[in-house]
Design a protein around this ligand. Structure first.
Ligand code: SF4
Ligand code: MG
Length: 303
């Protein structure tokens, strides 16, 4: 049984002065104990919204989220369902998530629910117990993110969600922090949903990769398979966009333009205005996900 089971999830952002935005438009996703799932896609495609719904911070408009065999009940950030402390998030900016005026040991201890003491948690994330008495500004960005991870572990989570946890770090710290999150996950038997726009890092740590575009998962599969044989044109474009080791190359010509406005998503396949392989059917009918890919190029069902 999966630790996390998201089924046909829909999340709308509503505000008084704008039309509603369907940020998550029917997503299925699971995470098993001890599994690392990488969720990739450009910014604005709904990854963070999906994560916040899983944590019970925002209320979905449809579908369901099961965690440890029971439904997630959204109660908002302040009074979360107590069971949801077993889902812990690590955010992009470790500066913003740590209190600059308090020693890190105390901040780690705050989240403790039967877990090891702060010094031991600091050691588990590759720092030393003696650092508990220091303040956040005495650490580098990568060390601060390790502290944020230690604080998350203090709650003994069974699911860890990293929302772009390495995006604000320098290149060497990125790989180290990502590898740390993977090893802690495998060691503890917890699950990890690792959100990033950087496929090259996700590739190193994820068992499965889910590719999200404009509120939908367009491709999902084992990491090695997606990497070796990406099926969806969007996945291929993301892979082609990975810069060469010399730093050359950004977005390739085959992925023109930005993610469209989710207020009025394109008809049919939402990727069709940017897709180099778009056919007539693509703007008319939405492709159904088959064997992990939602694309008419890979549809085997008879018309
Ligand atoms: Fe491109 Fe059509 Fe596939 Fe969408 S369904 S990704 S437009 S080929
Ligand atoms: Mg985001």
């Amino acid at each position: 049984t999966p630790l996390l089971a998201v089924e046909n999830l829909v999340v709308d952002h509503r505000s008084p002065d704008r039309p509603p935005v369907r940020a998550v438009a029917g997503v299925d996703l699971s995470v098993a104990p001890g599994e690392v799932v990488g969720l990739v896609g450009e910014s604005g495609c709904g990854k963070s919204t999906l994560a916040r719904a899983i944590c019970g911070i925002i209320r979905p408009s449809g579908g369901s989220i099961g965690f440890e065999g029971r439904p997630v009940t959204p109660l908002g950030l302040r009074r979360r369902d107590p069971a949801l402390t077993r889902i812990q998030m690590v955010f992009q900016d470790p500066f913003a998530s740590l209190n600059p005026r308090r020693r890190v040991g105390g901040q780690i201890a705050d989240g403790r629910r039967g877990g090891p003491p702060p010094g031991e948690l600091l050691e588990r994330v590759g720092l030393s117990a003696g650092m508990a008495g220091r303040y956040p500004h005495e650490f580098s960005g990568g060390q601060r993110q390790r502290i944020a991870i230690a604080r998350a572990l203090a709650a003994q989570p069974s699911l860890l969600i990293g929302d772009e946890p390495i995006s604000a770090l320098d290149a060497s710290a990125q790989a180290q922090v990502a590898a740390l999150m993977r090893s802690l996950t495998v060691e503890s038997g917890a699950g990890l949903l690792f959100i990033s726009h950087d496929l090259s890092v996700v590739r190193m740590i994820a068992d499965r990769i889910a590719v999200m575009y404009l509120g939908k998962i367009v491709e999902i599969g084992r990491t090695a398979e997606v990497w070796a044989d990406p099926k969806h044109p969007y996945t291929r474009a993301l892979l082609a966009a990975i810069p060469a080791p010399d730093g050359a190359g950004t977005l390739p010509a085959e992925l023109p333009g930005d993610v469209p406005d989710p207020v009025s998503p394109p008809s049919g396949c939402r990727f069709h205005p940017r897709c180099p392989h778009a056919m007539d059917i693509c703007s008319e009918r939405e492709p159904v996900q088959e064997r992990g890919v939602a694309c008419w190029l890979h549809d085997s069902a008879p018309e």
